[in-house]
Design a protein around this ligand. Structure first.
Ligand code: GDD
Ligand code: MN
Length: 371
C-alpha cells in the first residue's frame, strides 16, 4: 500500500479505536455491571450545603426556594451561601429574602471581600461546615425533590467518599450548541457511570456533589470539583457518579457562551489528567489503571492524534485529488441533524481540548471566570 494511505489508516485506527473500545466497554458496565455496594436507603446524616455565588442576583432566590422543596428533614440540613463581592447586589437580595422568608433550615450568608474564584470561596465556607456531609451546588442550577436523598444513600457505604449527580439539560433542542451538548452528556455520562461501577470517576461537577466531611480536608483549587474527587481517591476511597440524582441546568444556546464554558471545563480536565499522569509515572496514582490510561489518552494524547488525523486527510487529498469528490458527501451529512451534530461535537470537543492543553502548558489556567 502507498505510504500516504498507510499513514492515514494507521493514524485513523489509533485515533478512533481506543475511544470506541473504551466507550463500548464502559457502556456495558454502566448498563449491566453491579455496584458492589451495601446501601442504606434511609441514610440521613447531617448535611451542609454550600452554594458559591458570584453575581447571581437573578438566580439566588429561586435556588433558595428550590432547596426548601428538597425531600429532607430541615433539622438535618444547613445552607451556606458564599458570595465573593458580587457587583449586582446578590448578598443584599439574599439577606432581605432570608429576613422576610425564614426557611425551615439554618442558612448562613458568608461574604468575601474580594473575588478569588469559586474554589477559594468553597474553602472559606468549608471552615464553617458542620454537617457530616458537605454538599455543593451552583446558584444557577436546580435539584429535583429527591436529588439529595438519592445521592446520599450511596455515601452509606464505607468505601464511598464522594458522589456526584447527572446534569439534565433544560433546553436540549434549543440550538446546535445545546443539541451537541446533550449528545456529549449522553456519551460521557455513560462512560462516567461505567467508571463508577468499575471503581471511580473523578470527572466531578460541583452543581451536585456530596463529600464526607471528615475525609475532605480542602476543596482542590487547581482542578475544581474533579481535583477534590482525585484527592479522595488518593486516600483510598471511591468517588462515583450516581444514576438517580439529577440537577437541572439551562445550557447556553449561543456558541460564544458555550465556547468559554467548555474551554474552561476542558482546562480543568486537562489539568486533572496531567496531574494523574505525573502521579502514575511516580507509581502513586490510586485510580484503576485502565480508567487512568484511557482518560490520559482521551484528554492528553488523542487531541494531538486528531490534529494528525486532519493533517493526513489533507495529505491524502493532495496526493489523490479525485478523492475531493468525497467532499460532495458532506451536504448529505449536513441534512441528517444527528450526524451533523455528531460531526460538530467531534470537531469542537477536540479543539477545546487542544486549546486547553495549550493553556495548561503555558501555565495560564482560569480560576476566575466571567459571569
Ligand atoms: N463565591 C463565588 N466566587 N462563586 C463563584 C465564583 C466566585 O469567584 N465564580 C463562580 N461562582 C459560582 C457561580 O455563581 C455559580 O453558582 C457557580 O460558581 C458555577 O459557576 P458558573 O459561572 O455557573 O459556571 P458553570 O455553569 O460553567 O459551572 C460548571 O463548571 C464549573 C467549572 O468550570 C459547574 O460544574 C461548576 O460547579 C464548576 O465549578
Ligand atoms: Mn452555571
Amino acid at each position: 500500500m502507498n505510504f500516504v494511505i498507510s499513514l492515514f489508516v494507521i493514524v485513523t485506527v489509533i485515533h478512533i479505536t481506543p475511544v470506541a473500545i473504551y466507550y463500548l466497554s464502559m457502556r456495558r458496565k454502566a448498563q449491566k455491571g453491579p455496584w458492589n455496594l451495601s446501601l442504606d436507603e434511609d441514610y440521613s446524616p447531617t448535611v451542609t450545603l454550600i452554594v458559591a455565588a458570584y453575581n447571581e442576583a437573578n438566580t439566588i432566590l429561586n435556588k433558595i426556594r428550590n432547596i426548601t422543596e428538597l425531600d429532607y428533614p430541615a433539622d438535618k440540613l444547613d445552607v451556606i451561601i458564599v458570595d465573593s463581592a458580587s457587583t449586582d447586589g446578590t448578598p443584599r437580595i439574599t439577606e432581605e429574602y432570608l429576613q422576610n422568608n425564614k426557611p425551615p433550615f439554618k442558612t448562613f450568608l458568608m461574604e468575601e471581600n474580594r473575588r478569588e474564584g469559586k474554589a477559594k470561596a468553597l474553602n472559606h465556607a468549608l471552615q464553617q461546615a458542620s454537617g457530616s456531609i458537605v454538599a455543593t451546588s451552583d446558584a444557577d442550577c436546580l435539584w429535583t425533590r429527591g436529588s439529595l436523598r438519592n445521592a446520599l444513600k450511596y455515601l452509606s457505604d464505607d468505601s464511598i467518599a464522594a458522589v456526584c449527580g447527572q446534569e439534565v439539560l433544560l433546553n436540549p433542542k434549543d440550538s446546535s450548541a445545546t443539541r451537541t451538548e446533550s449528545q456529549h452528556r449522553d456519551f460521557f455520562n455513560l462512560i462516567r457511570l461505567g467508571e463508577s461501577k468499575t471503581h471511580s470517576t473523578i470527572a466531578f461537577e460541583g452543581a451536585l456533589a456530596l463529600y464526607k466531611r471528615k475525609l475532605l480536608q480542602r476543596f482542590d483549587e487547581d482542578c475544581d470539583d474533579s481535583g477534590s474527587a482525585l484527592n479522595l481517591v488518593q486516600q483510598g476511597y471511591r468517588t462515583i457518579l450516581v444514576p438517580d440524582a439529577f440537577f437541572l441546568n439551562p445550557f447556553p444556546s449561543k456558541w460564544s457562551v458555550k465556547i468559554s464554558k467548555k474551554t474552561r471545563r476542558a482546562q480543568h480536565l486537562v489539568g486533572l489528567w496531567w496531574k494523574c499522569l505525573k502521579l502514575a509515572i511516580r507509581r502513586k496514582l490510586k485510580l484503576d489503571p485502565w480508567i487512568s490510561a484511557a482518560n490520559v489518552f482521551l484528554y492528553l494524547i488523542n487531541p494531538f492524534l486528531f490534529a494528525l488525523f486532519l493533517g493526513t486527510i489533507i495529505l491524502v487529498l493532495i496526493t489523490y485529488p479525485f478523492l475531493l469528490l468525497l467532499l460532495l458527501l458532506l451536504p448529505f451529512i449536513a441534512i441528517v441533524p444527528k450526524m451533523r451534530d455528531s460531526l460538530i461535537l467531534y470537531l469542537t470537543n477536540h479543539l477545546f481540548l487542544l486549546y486547553a492543553i495549550f493553556v495548561e502548558s503555558s501555565g495560564r489556567k482560569q480560576v476566575i471566570w466571567k459571569k
